[in-house]
Design a protein around this ligand. Sequence first.
Ligand SMILES: N[C@@H](CCC(=O)N[C@@H](CS)C(=O)NCC(=O)O)C(=O)O
Length: 220
Amino acid sequence: MITVWGRRSSGNVQKVLWALTELGLGFERKVVGGQFGGGDDPAYRAMNPNGLVPVLQDGDVTLFESDAIVRHLARTRGMGTLQPADPAHAARADMWTCWAATTLFPAINPLFLGLVRTPRAAQDVAALKPAVAPLAERIGVLDRALAGRDFLCGATFSFGEIAPAIFARRALGLPFGAPAAPNVAAWLGRLADRPGFARWVDVPMGGCLEEWTAHEKALG
Ligand SMILES: N[C@@H](CCC(=O)N[C@@H](CS)C(=O)NCC(=O)O)C(=O)O
């Protein structure tokens, strides 16, 4: 029995939901985090002492940290597919997953929080301007890596596409400061054919909490 704890508006939760769908695994989801609360409940803190989402329960294995969860699913259910059999492909999947967490995420997050999670009337676009160039630089790195390639990490889809794609989609969907990156846009377009991306990631970014609450109810 697999249970995912987390609201679907979280990019880190989306990584796990996308991976589970790639693997065709059934799972139960408990909506926790953000406007839904629950992260401070003692029972939740016992699973994740940070109080953050996602958490995965896989039988008697309980994990936090989205990238570790995705790798666990890939190693245990996706050897040769989500988890590349070729060590070089697997190493590149690790590399781009680390890059997404340590380099891309910090560049997109101020703009995402300031423009998507903040109500329009409270947005301070001028204060966000310094964040635009660093994001463009990092998306430029991704764009050059994708030149002439269908996938970032190897000849086939693997877990290494997941984290970069989630944060790149946020970057290209920003209402202000979205970088121009034709190879990234084409890659996201190809990923949109994958049911896990279409269902969990490629949904309106629109943003306000009311919209996401409606998504949770309407989309499940
Ligand atoms: N490094 C952690 C970060 C987890 C994290 O920051 N989660 C955010 C959502 S993306 C969170 O739980 N925020 C508080 C909340 O939703 O209540 C991971 O990758 O799982």
